[in-house]
Ligand binder design. Structure first.
Ligand code: F0G
Length: 482
């Protein structure tokens, strides 16, 4: 991707790849989208993908592969043990991260499981810049507490701060002083804070945070799932990195850590995961868990074809023209929405654009799930599937009370290399139309509420007749358009 100045003066992202395999999409008429939403219980997780026009639910496992990745899949070496495919992946990881040991796992949360099981001690703390749902679940499952030590800017929806994912180093120092280094199992840094808008952290902040850990003998762990976006943001926003190549920035980040794990459903344009480890003793401690939970040490639950694709995908991650596609499309989307007065998380981060439902629908109270209602309305108005990241995604307290989320967001993920700019512009246009008609959108209520992970399986319905009104307004303004 390049950012090109057009003759008109406009600066737009321009794709540096062409599409050679296509998948036909369906754009159902609004009446059928409405029916599909009702059948899905007003929960975008329960939609059938065949009814979805643009799937912006996630960037996980749905990134487009290159011709080189597909070609590499043909030479995958199918062997239970000692596969040459594993060696190629291992060598690539050593080349990029400079750590001598690697344990494969079938996806990111499997790596988190192994890490937590071997490193987390009950009663301790695991400080993070921000939690991710699965990372937190594995740590708490082992009886430790996750502490979110994010700088104040991180939780501000709109900001000019370029590295809103930065670790709060003063808070980490205070924690060490208060509880002692031995009360910390490890410090986890997420490169690109998923739940607060894919916001990056700077190389300077990574260096300073991990130095504090080293000074106190605390293990440092990088969640590199969203590393590609973070590399791009460091290259373009961090003065220390201006003269560095992407591989140099990668190595500078990696050099700060004892352990790096990743979901290859995001990093490397494939599907899988794993853990890179610097220290032999720690490697040996974790090694036994891989054959037990994942598979033999040379595949860890991954398909060898995917492993070949990840190896090539990691190489492509070192190419700025490949990793800037997501961030530049997201920046375009965020800037266009912002210019129309639509509330979005700023500055643009990685992963996707995040619409602020709290300000989009100020008339919908949080216990009527404004982000869930907006995600449903967006699907009905456009066929675009986003993900609720607000109160619906929280869990009830044991006494049944419902905690309200810090933010009510609709996440519109942009899987890498998948969409065209006109598709992104279509999504922007339909969000704009919804914003002009926002007073029509009402809340949702549960008709079936599971106790655990209710956002995955729960079923809801609209409160009142707002969907009738929204559909009528769509026909009034857009006529026979789909
Ligand atoms: N860490 C981060 C930062 C993630 O975003 C994810 C997954 C994981 C770990 C877990 O990896 O899915 O391979 O087990 N994020 C997905 C998402 C689910 O939609 O944002 P996984």
């Amino acid at each position: 991707m390049a950012k090109v100045t057009f003759f008109s003066g406009q600066q737009l992202p321009l794709e540096m790849h062409k599409v050679r395999i296509i998948q036909k999409l369906n754009l159902l008429p609004i009446e059928e989208r409405r029916k599909a939403m009702t059948e899905a219980g007003y929960n975008t997780f329960l939609l059938q993908n065949v009814d979805v026009f643009l799937d912006m639910l996630t960037d996980s496992g749905v990134n487009a592969m290159s011709d080189q990745q597909q070609a590499a899949m043909l030479i995958a070496d199918d062997a239970y043990a000692g596969s040459a495919t594993y060696t190629r992946l291992y060598n690539k990881l050593v080349e990029l991260f400079g750590m001598s040991y690697f344990l494969p796992a079938h996806q990111g949360r499997a790596a988190e499981h192994i890490l937590a099981k071997s490193l987390v001690k009950p009663g301790t703390f695991v400080p993070m810049n921000y939690h991710f749902t699965t990372s937190k679940a594995h740590v708490t499952e082992m009886g430790a507490e996750v502490l979110e030590l994010i700088t104040d800017a991180g939780l501000q929806v709109t900001s000019d701060e370029l590295f809103k994912g930065n670790f709060d180093i003063a808070a980490l120092q205070a924690l060490i002083t208060e509880k002692g280094a031995e009360a910390i199992s490890y410090v986890r840094i997420e490169a690109g804070t998923n739940l607060i808008g894919g916001q990056p952290l700077s190389l300077a902040n990574i260096r300073d945070t991990t130095q504090v850990c080293k000074d106190h003998g605390i293990l440092t762990v990088l969640d590199a799932s969203l590393l590609a976006d973070n590399l791009y943001f460091n290259k373009t926003r961090e003065p220390q990195c201006a003269e560095m190549s992407i591989p140099e920035i990668t190595r500078a980040i990696a050099d700060c850590f004892d352990i790096i794990y990743f979901s290859a459903r995001k990093l490397g344009f494939g599907r899988g995961g794993g853990i890179c480890i610097r220290d032999e003793a720690i490697y040996k401690q974790m090694r036994a868990l891989v054959p037990m939970y994942e598979g033999f040490l040379t595949y860890g639950g991954m398909s060898v074809r995917e492993m070949e694709a990840i190896t090539v995908g990691l190489d492509e991650t070192m190419d700025e023209d490949m990793i800037n596609q997501g961030p530049l499309f997201i920046e375009h989307m965020v800037n266009e929405l912002d210019a129309r007065g639509i509330p979005v998380i700023t500055p643009a981060g990685g992963l996707g654009a995040h619409v602020d439902a709290m300000r989009f629908l100020p008339h919908v109270p949080q216990n009527q799930y404004p982000a869930g209602a907006l995600a449903s309305a967006l699907y009905i108005a456009s066929g675009v599937r986003g993900m609720e990241r607000g109160t619906l995604s929280e869990q009830r307290e044991p006494d049944g009370t419902e905690p309200m989320a810090n933010m009510e967001l609709v996440r519109l993920a942009l899987p890498r290399r998948v969409f065209t700019l006109s598709q992104v512009n279509y999504a922007i246009d339909r969000i704009d139309w919804l914003y002009q008609n926002r007073e029509l959108i009402g809340g949702l209520k549960f008709i079936e509420e599971p106790e655990i992970l209710r956002f995955f399986y729960g079923r809801l319905e609209p409160i009142g007749d707002w969907v009738d009104q929204l559909t009528a307004a769509f026909r009034r303004d857009l006529g026979d358009s789909l």
